[in-house]
Design a protein around this ligand. Structure first.
Ligand code: NA7
Length: 492
């Protein structure tokens, strides 16, 4: 259907949309807007390719910790996943395939970051990094959560003469096989890298500041026969999706938000896994002093086996400084290295910033979020009309398939967009009162979660509040089912 034909077929077809970000959720927005008959959609992507976190992360051993058959768009089943938890490369290829199939790849404006979004009381003016300004009626930000890498603040980091990079900026021009590699951090990333490298590295020095709980989860290959059966019968893929979603929602996701019985099961599984480490000294070093699942749980049934390999040394002495040849720890020892990788995590609380967002009456998002990132149901902020966010503050990151969460949030946003498209409102934004109420409820509910049980993690913001969804999945599904329009300020 041509753009001109589409313009005649649905109300609001002349609305101009900007989608910022071409990762999993920006792609979703672009596909769904097109499907809904909105032809004027511009997709801005700061980087040179799509895929967000699955583009940036290419480290050895990368896989998702959500099963592949539920970590996919509901509308785009894939019978070909190779493993229960497929590799990062496979996930990126899946996203790329979906983008091609739905014809959005060619429409993404790559290398076009947005620096500024300003509302003038009627429309949004977006300014690109190159200084061009374009005008839109509705803005959707889909800028991701784990996007900006954090390098550790350690003396001498610049002195190291070998290759040194963050895990999400892997430099594949340096072969690590047979070399002496230093790896700082013991989050999910470092654990996957260690597991992948242990058999072929010369020596891996794993610098641990805090031990982690590791829950043993198998990652079997999916047999060819099973893939063929799924391809022949897509309904089977839907049942599998529902089954996996249900299992996750009723076990782990309940454990972290207060179900003590489920949490006890997780703790037991972690303790039994840890008990497989034979050397008591190493086992003691790997034993956390906080509750399982307080930090994001690590899923691996191979890490302990690999960390016991003679090629791996777990270093628990504090890092004092980085030197030309390696890492000096507080005991005075120099750990000589050929390359150094910082798996030191991400700045998880910036959301769309440092992009400047200036809403109604000149009010800025920087001011609005100066104390804390407070949105209404993750998707909108008072004072910022017709400006929506996918995977915004307090999205259920970590507990569920983020693709499923994005789809539910975007379906909700579409219902708000319909209000505008169908002429019931010119401006729509969450009310201050509803946003305050939502955030007060979140704060109350957080006290029952495992994330505040006494550990540091990227889940916690600068005030120590988890940027998470503190309730179960049913509540999220209920809240996303239908917008309560009484919670919105709608102006015509
Ligand atoms: P994480 O989970 O934030 O882990 C970062 C790791 O780096 C963690 O072990 C930190 O130790 C360690 N770290 C950070 N700074 C330093 C310094 N300065 N010195 C020593 N060690 C340091 O990031 P990941 O990339 O592993 O995983 C992020 C998410 O991606 C993961 O949760 C999944 O959702 C996918 P700490 O525990 O703070 O003592």
């Amino acid at each position: 259907m041509s753009v001109a034909e589409q313009s005649q077929t649905r109300p609001g077809a002349d609305l101009r949309f900007a989608v910022i970000g071409a990762g999993m959720s920006g792609m979703l927005a672009a596909i769904k807007l097109e499907e809904a008959g909105f032809p004027h959609v511009e997709i801005f992507e700061k980087a040179g390719d799509l895929g967000g976190t699955w583009r940036d992360n290419t480290y050895p051993g990368l896989s998702c910790d959500v099963p592949s058959h539920v970590y996919r768009y509901r509308f785009a089943p894939n019978p070909n996943w190779s493993h229960r938890f497929s590799s990062g490369r496979e996930i990126w290829e899946y996203l790329d395939g979906v983008a091609r199939e739905y014809g959005i790849r060619d429409r993404i404006r790559f290398n076009t970051g947005i620096d500024r979004c300003e509302y003038d009381g009627a429309v949004w003016h977006l300014t690109t990094e190159g200084g061009e300004t374009e005008t839109f009626d509705i803005v959707i930000t889909a800028t991701g959560v784990l996007r900006d890498p954090v390098m550790p603040d350690i003396d001498g980091l610049d002195d190291f003469e070998g290759p040194l990079f963050h895990s999400s900026r892997w430099d594949h021009s340096h072969d690590w096989r047979g070399k002496r590699v230093g790896l700082i951090g013991t989050g999910s990333t470092a654990i996957q890298i260690t597991t992948a490298m242990a058999d072929e590295v010369g020596k891996l020095s794993l610098f641990q500041r805090t031990p982690q709980w590791v829950v043993p989860v198998e990652n079997p290959e999916i047999p060819e026969q099973e893939k063929q059966a799924l391809a022949k019968d897509p309904a089977r893929m839907d049942s599998l999706y529902d089954y996996l979603a249900d299992r996750f929602q009723n076990t782990f996701a309940r454990a972290v938000v207060g179900d003590k019985e489920e949490l006890a099961k997780v703790e037991k599984a972690c303790e039994e896994n840890l008990a497989t480490v034979r050397d008591p000294e190493l086992r003691a070093k790997l034993t956390p002093d906080y509750q399982a699942a307080c930090k994001r749980l690590i899923m691996s049934d191979r890490f302990y086996e690999q960390v016991q390999k003679p090629t791996v040394e777990l270093v628990t002495d504090r890092i004092e400084r980085i030197e030309v040849n390696g890492v000096r720890t507080a005991d005075g020892r120099l750990h000589e290295l050929d390359m150094l990788v910082c798996a030191t995590g991400f700045e998880a609380h910036k959301f769309m910033r440092p992009m400047q967002v200036i809403g109604r009456d000149g009010h800025t998002l920087d001011d609005e979020w100066a104390e804390a990132n407070r949105a209404y149901r993750s998707i909108g902020v008072p004072g910022f009309p017709n400006f929506f966010t996918i995977v915004g503050p307090n999205s259920p990151i970590g507990n569920f398939s983020l693709i499923m969460i994005s789809e539910m949030q975007f379906a909700y946003i579409m219902k708000l967009i319909d209000q505008i498209a169908e002429g019931r409102a010119r401006e729509i934004e969450p009310s201050r009162e509803a946003t305050d109420r939502f955030n007060a409820d979140i704060k109350d509910a957080m006290t029952g979660t495992v994330w505040v049980s006494g550990c540091s993690s990227w889940y916690l913001d600068k005030n120590g509040n988890p940027a998470m969804w503190p309730w179960d999945f049913e509540r999220f599904a209920d809240e996303m089912a239908e917008p309560d329009l009484g919670d919105f300020r709608m102006a015509s």
